[in-house]
Each structure stands twice: as C-alpha cells, then as structure tokens.
Design a protein around this ligand. Sequence first.
Ligand SMILES: NCc1[nH]cc(CCC(=O)O)c1CC(=O)O
Length: 312
Amino acid sequence: MGPLQFRQQVRSVSSIVIATRESRLALWQAEHVKALLGSRGHDVSLLGMTTRGDQILDRSLSKVGGKGLFVKELEVALEEGRADLAVHSLKDVPMDLPQGFALACVMPREDPRDALVSPRYDSLDALPQGAVVGTSSLRRVVLLRALRPDLRIEPLRGNLDTRLRKLDEGQYDAIVLAAAGLKRLGLADRIRRVFEPSQMLPAAGQGALGIEIRTDRADLAQALAPLADHATWLAVSAERAVSRALGGSCSMPLAAYATLQGEELRLDGAWGDPDGATALVRAQARGRVTTLNDAAALGTEVAERLRAGGAH
Ligand SMILES: NCc1[nH]cc(CCC(=O)O)c1CC(=O)O
C-alpha cells in the first residue's frame, strides 16, 4: 500500500476506539474488528469495560433486564465520546437501538447452529432418561423440551469458560451452546454434535456480529462499510423483524433463522410456551429480497403466522 493511498484511507477517521466487554469472546470479537480495520490502514485501540450483564451471574437475564444489559454501558461510552464503536454478538442486541445509535454494519456469519457439549454423550439421543442439561436460554429450553420432554433442564449462566467449567465440574450431563462462540475461541473440539436448524432452530442473529455506532458518525459508517456482508445482513434483518414484531425482547422463547439462496430468502420461525402447556408453534415464509426492508417484511409475515398459531 503506497503512502498516498494510506493517507486517503485514514483521512476521515484517524484513530478508532472500540468499546468492548472483557469476556474472552467479546475480546476476540473486538480484536477481530481491530485487525480488519487495521489492515485497512486505521489506527485502532480497545477500551475494555465490565457491564452489568457480566456482573450479575446469579439470576436469569430475563429477570434482571434482558440481554440489553450487555449493551447499555458500551453505548454510554459511545455517547460520551470515550469510544467510537462497539462490536456485538447480534443475538444480544435489542431489536430497537436507543435514539442516536445504529448498526453500521453486519459482518459475515460464523456457524449459526447450536451445539451439544458433553463429557460423556455424543448426541441428544444418547442422553439417558432424565439427564440434566444446562441452558438459561428460553429458546433452548422450549426446543429441547419438544425434542426430549424427559430431560431435566437446569439454569446455566456465565461466559463460555464459566459454562464449560460448570459442565466439567459435573453439574450437568450436557450443555447447549452456540457453535459460533466455541469456534471463535478455538474450542470447537468441545462440540459433540451440532444441531441442524430443522431440529433446534437458532436465535435471531446467532453467529453474526454487528457494529454499533452513533448515528452522527457518518465518517465511521463509511470506514466500516467494507466490513459488511450483505447476505448476512439480509438474513438477520428478517430474523430480527420476527422478534421485533412479537415484542422485541431478546429473551423470548423464540427462534428465527433465515438463509439466502440467490435472491430468495427462506425464513423459519418457532415459538414455544415457556410454561410448556402447548406444543411448539412453527412458521415459514420465503420470498425474493434485495433490500433490508424486504427482508424485514418477510420477518413480519412469519411473526404474524406465529401469532396466528398462538405465539404471544
Ligand atoms: N447469549 C450469550 C451469547 N451471545 C453470543 C454468543 C456466541 C454466539 C453468537 O455470536 O451468536 C453467546 C454464547 C451462547 O449462546 O452460547
């Protein structure tokens, strides 16, 4: 890269600060974006911070304010100008960002599937009657219950390393985690079986990273545009629209997963009653999409079908 080209690339944003949580996964994600921007000539540094979501480990997230707890403190840093951008697992990002914030881009998706991790058992089918499975995700609870009503599902919180440690200490026979996080941290060898989406439909946004900025930072939006993956962005826009239409919380017993084949987006949704009284509700739609709005419309359609089937 010649010096002239270099100067042009860094002219708009000379130095970029990434606000990040300090879990190993969050740091990996921030370092990943730092490296991508660095290779484009930007000077990037990280600002590590601990969020309320990281501190509260003894209660279920849905009870203490949802996954937005992981996002809010990073937004304060952006608001105050201490940082320029935040990298999020899109799964943890509320459907509607606060006034003044926006997703500047959605990056290519890692494996979107859930994975079974267990020291002893190779698959869900191999688990004995009444085995103890750890997860605190309502989505995983309702999907697991539909597959294996006999299992004892116990809460499991904490970052990836904490969850794996609790498994290794013998508190569970198996746990369910996102394959994406395990792969990013070099822990793919812990995966005993990945669930096909037809069996365990992923969460909206699972496996995808989003970069959040202030809406008044057009300079940054421009610098980040090359990091976007349009196919992933369309898919997750459809998925997030399902969630938004059903109330917008990311701690609902809701799954939404879209794949793009050419220009056709196929979107699947599933909703389960957390009290387990009724069977899973499933819905699907497909359509030609080119814009994020098209994708969101498909999401709204699936949400309506889920609602018609009893989701609320
Ligand atoms: N809710 C926690 C969370 N948020 C993002 C990931 C990693 C996977 C991803 O990037 O979607 C995980 C861990 C998990 O669900 O096992």
